[in-house]
Design a protein around this ligand. Structure first.
Ligand SMILES: NC(=O)c1ccc[n+]([C@@H]2O[C@H](COP(=O)([O-])OP(=O)(O)OC[C@H]3O[C@@H](n4cnc5c(N)ncnc54)[C@H](O)[C@@H]3O)[C@@H](O)[C@H]2O)c1
Length: 370
């Protein structure tokens, strides 16, 4: 399979390109980025000869079977790839709004021979697959999602050189990068993205766009795990925020159990603080996720169980150090070959966007002046 990559930014350079290069049966055939300087440095580093600064030109390349969509505001990029007859492996979130996600699902349905996989690497993490096997069909006492994202400068860690040249052409206000090149700081929410999200919220909640993005950009990974293990929650019982980088919620699962969700962005922790916990009758499991920017950081499984009345066991283990990013590309290759079904589907990803919208819609209406 010959793959062209759209977007040579942080996640492409730190995780996808090194992973793809290790996989037999996938050829890293072309790279595309609007930044000519970044493109040149990245393509030289990875020894890729075919380079495009125009996505339309890359899509017209008949030698490419699939596109890795690793740009930021990418719903339209996914639609264009599908319409050009390419399989798609896209970064999360699938889109910024439910409507955009549903449009992608509709175009996919019209092209049943094409494969679309969403880059929820956790659904290709052996620890998550182990947990799903263990808990599916068993109602827990409770589930807990705790995800405190640190400022990226603290957690990106040492993963080799990252090239970023400040030479973007004028793109008429389109959302191109997640951070401002010169400073490395998170970019302001792009006005076009903000207005598309606000249009899907009740007018009373239109000021919660940044909170919505905290839920979507950070929480969608955890919601994909929840969805994979237990299906979509039945309803949102409670939601609260103390500011744009915080979202707290209580969800009722189909099996009646409750899931506590606490999402925060911008801590100064020097560690990755993300946990998915399941509380059973006499046992408890924590999945402690490793830093996704680092290959082989692994997901620690901490289990506690009661053996007799007073005895308990406590164990920490790893299901190997397999890398979710590499696994997801292997899975994508096999799905395109018709050998496996896509696991991180557009359906799951659309549901996750819907859940974020439902949580934000449940937030108390801001009082005047707040
Ligand atoms: N799976 C994960 O754990 C994880 C982690 C970080 C980011 N992400 C996702 O990856 C995506 C990219 O994030 P990032 O941090 O790498 O962003 P980034 O800003 O570093 O990279 C985006 C790149 O895409 C290029 N680009 C954008 N639009 C383009 C176009 N039309 N034509 C050509 N090039 C274009 C930009 O120039 C930039 O180099 C986001 O959707 C984000 O949610 C996922």
């Amino acid at each position: 399979m010959r793959v062209g990559i759209l977007g040579c930014g942080y996640i492409a350079q730190s995780r996808h390109l090194p992973a793809i290069r290790e996989i037999a049966g996938i050829e890293l055939a072309a790279l595309c980025d609007l930044s000519a300087g970044t493109l040149q440095l990245v393509a030289d580093y990875h020894n890729v000869a075919t380079r495009y600064t125009s996505y339309a030109e890359m899509l017209a390349d008949d030698t490419l079977d699939a596109i890795g969509v690793l740009s930021y505001d990418h719903a339209a990029d996914i639609l264009a790839a599908l319409r050009a007859g390419k399989h798609v492996m896209t970064e999360k979130p699938l889109a910024f709004t439910v409507g955009e996600a549903e449009e992608i699902k509709a175009v996919l349905a019209e092209n049943p021979d094409l494969v679309l996989q969403v880059g929820y690497q956790k659904l290709h993490d052996p620890a998550v697959l182990w947990l799903a096997d263990k808990v599916r069909g068993v109602a827990p006492r409770a589930v807990e999602i705790h995800d405190y994202g640190a400022i990226l400068a603290r957690v990106r860690g040492d993963f080799g050189p990252i090239f970023r040249v400040d030479d973007l052409p004028d793109v008429g206000g389109a959302a191109v990068r997640t951070t401002v090149a010169a400073t490395g700081k998170a970019a302001q929410v792009n006005p076009d993205v903000a207005s598309r999200i606000a249009a899907t919220l009740p007018a009373t909640h239109a000021s919660f766009v940044e909170t919505y993005l905290t839920g979507l950009m950070l929480g969608s990974h955890d919601f994909s795990v929840l969805n994979f293990c237990y299906g979509m929650p039945r309803q949102v019982l409670f939601a609260h925020t103390t500011g744009p980088k915080h979202l707290q919620a209580v969800l009722e699962l189909e099996n009646g159990a409750l899931c506590n969700v606490d999402l925060q962005l911008g801590t100064s922790y020097g560690w990755w603080d993300e946990r998915f916990s399941v509380y059973g009758d006499d046992d408890q499991v924590d999945l402690r996720f490793g830093n996704p920017f680092l290959a082989f950081s692994g997901t620690e499984i901490v289990t506690r169980s009661t053996v007799n009345d007073n005895d308990r066991t406590l164990a920490s283990s790893y299901r190997g150090y397999e890398d979710g990013f590499k696994n997801e590309w292997i899975h994508f290759r096999d799905a395109v070959a018709g050998e496996v079904a896509v696991r991180s589907t557009a359906d799951i990803a659309a549901d996750d966007i819907r859940l974020v919208r439902d949580i934000v819609t449940r937030l108390p209406v801001p009082s005047a002046g707040s």
